[in-house]
Design a protein around this ligand. Structure first.
Ligand SMILES: O=C(O)CCC(=O)C(=O)O
Ligand SMILES: [Fe+2]
Length: 358
């Protein structure tokens, strides 16, 4: 990540005490810094008794000329109304996906001193490395999770000192999966472009050869899931997010019409969501939607999340082609400046993209 942005982000180190607590050691009382019952219970969670369906988009149908138009409409509707969808038949090599899943589980199961070799506090790290997620405003409460964040593309921006060499498969598994995510994002963006009427290929171009980063999250089970948060409510500040569920433990919740909708992981699917930059680039047509994670009472949950950045000529801006027929709904801003402001706002518990609205 940009060195400039890295300094703004505050991530706490994972301590031995935190890991014992995560492991369910009852002699360790959950410290105040993790307790946020009021926040967890503040808004209603849609229960099992209410039927709802998160959009599912089928890449095979997008690619088939007979069904492509209808499926593209479905994709567009998901991006406009939910900001999230599960992508099936995504074409990511199964062995590549399995290897990154196994590698992620292996990494998190290593002893703390080994994981801390790539700690957020070491080797000049800021945003990158192993530790807690960012502390985000609201009294700087800590999330009930351990995580590893790394820049994966462009290759010359990789901070190899923070790429674990244990498990030994880690580096290759991540590099290979990163290429798959780049390809998948590009393919998907092509259909999004068709949906928003971007005829000049501006959207795909905006994402081509831009920075990609990844976050691996491990949310240990918590016997008091209404007291702690796995990840604080947020929208994704960057472009497009692609999330791989390593297991079938639920936990992610999406905000819609003031209520939290739990996501039921769909085996084999990749969960896609719109980040703030993509919301801005589509001039507000696609929604970057708030989400959070609540740990499960019984089972741990692990995810591998990839994030693609985007810009047009160095700027975060509604696509110029769209502005020929629409008034801009967002101000334009230099990408580096955007990233700095985005992380600063995150650490203050606010959302920078809101301040760009016209
Ligand atoms: O792990 C998850 O389900 C969500 C992770 C997330 O929201 C993020 O990395 O931005
Ligand atoms: Fe997120």
């Amino acid at each position: 990540m940009e060195v400039a942005s890295a300094k703004i982000v505050n991530r706490d180190e994972i301590t031995g005490a935190a890991l014992s607590m995560f492991a369910g050691d009852d002699s360790v009382e959950i410290p105040e810094s993790y307790i946020r019952t009021e926040e967890v219970l503040a808004d209603e969670v849609v229960g099992k008794d209410e039927a709802y369906e998160l959009p599912v988009v089928d890449m095979a149908k997008l690619l088939d000329p007979d069904s492509s138009a209808m499926e593209t409409e479905k994709l567009g509707s998901a991006c406009r109304h939910w900001g999230f969808f599960q992508l099936t038949n995504h074409g990511v090599d199964e062995a590549v996906a399995q290897l990154i899943k196994d590698t992620t589980v292996e990494f998190f199961s290593l002893p703390l001193d080994i994981k801390n070799r790539v700690s957020v506090l070491g080797k000049g790290a800021g945003l990158e490395g192993y530790g807690h997620h960012y502390s985000r405003g609201r009294g700087e409460k800590l999330d009930w999770a351990e995580g590893l964040i790394l820049i994966t593309q462009p290759v010359q921006e990789r901070n190899m000192k923070l790429w674990p060499d244990n498990p030994p498969t880690f580096r290759d598994a991540l590099a290979t999966y990163s290429v798959e995510m780049t390809k998948l994002a590009k393919r998907l963006l092509g259909f999004m472009a068709a949906d928003i009427g971007d005829e000049q290929g501006e959207l795909v171009e905006a994402f081509t050869d831009k920075r990609q980063s990844m976050a691996m999250h491990h949310y240990p089970p918590c016997r008091h899931p209404d007291k702690v948060m796995g990840i604080t409510p947020h929208t994704d500040g960057l472009g497009l997010t692609l999330l791989l569920h390593v297991d079938d433990t639920p936990g992610l919740q999406i905000k819609k019409d003031g209520r939290w909708f739990p996501v039921r992981p769909l085996p084999g699917a990749i969960l896609i969501n719109i980040g703030d930059i993509l919301d801005i680039m589509t001039n507000g047509a696609y929604k970057s939607v708030e989400h959070r994670v609540i740990p499960d009472a019984e089972r741990g949950r692990t995810t591998v999340v990839f994030v693609q950045e985007a810009m047009v000529g160095g700027m975060v801006t509604p696509l110029p082609g769209l502005l020929k027929e629409q008034e801009p709904r967002y101000k334009s801003i230099d990408l580096d400046e955007y990233i700095k402001c985005n992380f600063k706002a995150l650490s203050e518990g606010t959302r920078f993209a809101d301040s760009l609205r016209i």
